[in-house]
Design a protein. Sequence first.
Length: 756
Amino acid sequence: MRKIEIIVALLFAAVALHAQDAKMNAYINNLMSKMTLDEKLGQLNLPAAGDITTGQANSSDIGKKIKDGKVGGLFNIKSVAKIRAVQEVAVEESRLKIPLLFGMDVIHGYETVFPIPLGLSCSWDMEEIEKSARIAATEASADGICWTFSPMVDISRDPRWGRIAEGSGEDPYLGSQIAKAMVRGYQSDLSKNNSIMACVKHYALYGAAEGGRDYNTVDMSKVRMFNEYLPPYKAAVDAGVGSLMASFNEVDGVPATGNKFLLTEVLRKRWGFKGFVVSDYTGINEMIAHGLGDLQTVSAVALRAGVDMDMVGEGFLTTLKESLKEGKVTLQEINNACRLVLEAKYKLGLFANPYKYCDEKRAATEIFTDGNRRTARAIAADCFVLLKNQNNVLPLKKSGTIALIGPLADNRANMTGTWSVAANFNKSISVMQGLKDVAGDNVKILYARGSNLSADSLFEERATVFGKTLNRDHRPAEEMLKEALNAANQADVIVAALGESAEMTGESSSRSEIGIPDVQEDLLKALLKTGKPVVLVLFTGRPLAIKWENDHVPAILNVWFGGTEAGHAIADVLFGRVNPSGKLTATWPQNVGQVPLYYNQKNTGRPLPEGEWFQKFRSNYLDVSNDPVYPFGYGLTYTHFTYSDLKLSSTFLKGNQKLTATVTLKNDGDRDGKEVVQLYIRDLVGSITRPVKELKGFQKVYLKAGESKDVFFTITTDDLKFYNSDLKYDWEQGEFVIMVGSNSRDVKEVKVSWIK
Ligand code: BGC
């Protein structure tokens, strides 16, 4: 297209958009002119139905409230039939016949479950991530849902925090790419009935909870907030996300749910967000416990700060009328919130057809299909991270005897991980099932459970909620161990399926110790003593501190929680049907004491010289080096990639010139494989201190065995920009180090000067 044609096309698009907006505004103005104050407040109310439990309290008399126009949307209700019945009440029995929004936590899949988000991020494959969201949207929408509480984009550098499982790790750049991919996948084309509205959460900074304890205080400088934690939320907004959820935590002394700086100054004014804001589950009421006042006060605070919809707590419904009378909120504020909720319904096409998402035929044919399961299997295999593979223990041969051992080896319910509320756990594939299906008849599998999840039955109970049982074995630990060793001694190789249960991460699942739990660790040590090769198939929702395991276990495959098809995908990788290509998106520390440990740290005034692990009067510990066990971006494959010849198109640039960095990547192993080539930049001198490196690009490259390829990155001054002390976003001239490599530690580097 010529330039003039592009301009004309853009103009036409802008005019069309304007006409659409005008039509929507006219529709909503007309509707709102008929609404009473109570009906307006009703639109701001989001109760939970009881099909699924995701929080503490439920609303009563929902049916009556809907009839009375006191409900704007409903969540935690599952099935087309039920949703249709409720929608009928809204559009046939309420005065103004306003349809409801139906929400759900469709976080990493609907009935077809994909790996937990932290796992998904390790694919570094935006197409696959988008596809997973697309499938989730298709299935959820076929079952009546039009709104998902996803993507969760909270950056976290603290593996103690259980909800690190729900995000994309520690990096703002990667997190932003993933946020966009997820929004694209869910919302694709909202005029169609297979697209749903996304809700980016939890705004903001929820992943920086002190001590990694869920819901805990967050306090951080504005410079850090803008440069390191806010980018993924902004990326979702830029991608057109329809809604946003405020987080539970406080920021700068004000809970996010009542934080005008976050919800109005930044979100609306700086970023131009046009969608609606929903509180988190009773997030408004929780401001009472935060210490901001009674329900009436905190509800007014939330509305004025910029919350439009109240999830579960009903503070808006029950107190805003009084606050309006007392002049504590304005009608304008109530109208704004109501309008934004109605606009969401309009954009979803619910006024045109309230039953748009209620198609029984779709529900019968588009959910948990063979095709979706095949995709889930392929994506899961791309998310696993091969952490160690000494002497090429992996891939396994399709012959001989395997001892399959561990409390997670023959379990279905835990494969889907946290937040898989729509899934039928009995339909997911266990490791045992996966190995049997993939190994073929030449492999004999001897199974023994070996241990429970933990010796502490109360801890195990807390870690196996929501039906994700591990069916605790009540035999004495010695007896279980003996049985396992018996199997191990007869085998050629031991596959130990150990680690965390699904509910050891996720909401309200923080841990102060982040190793493999007690009895499982004993089991692993005993298995290693047999002298047989041991493959640790590691289940976890967080980076674990596994220095000992890394030092002693020959092969470790980290499989997160792989979803519906976890067992098949694990077997695909173990037997080499799929060459692993996942790379970590959060740093794995040596111990809890190092936390927070992240790659894009600051240099400090007393950095440790490279290659050293301790020097007096340097920034280090007496008892542990500063190194992680596995750095950000790390992951092995069954082949081998070599990087050479990092070249720049120029080493001196001016103004808005572009820089090209080229590296030659060679697959010099004997298998085809995929490599995530990573670009990092360091800004050597700045008006504020800058990180030692920052991810600024990546490419997932497929190379056949023996093949090599030049990989190019285009770098512009946009990649050099950051928020300075005045929160101005710009780049500063000076020297930069350009680094390319296979993880954040192992890079090749070249310097450039770039002046204004
Ligand atoms: C969680 C949210 C979730 C909501 C609704 C809350 O407890 O923090 O992530 O979307 O419940 O289930």
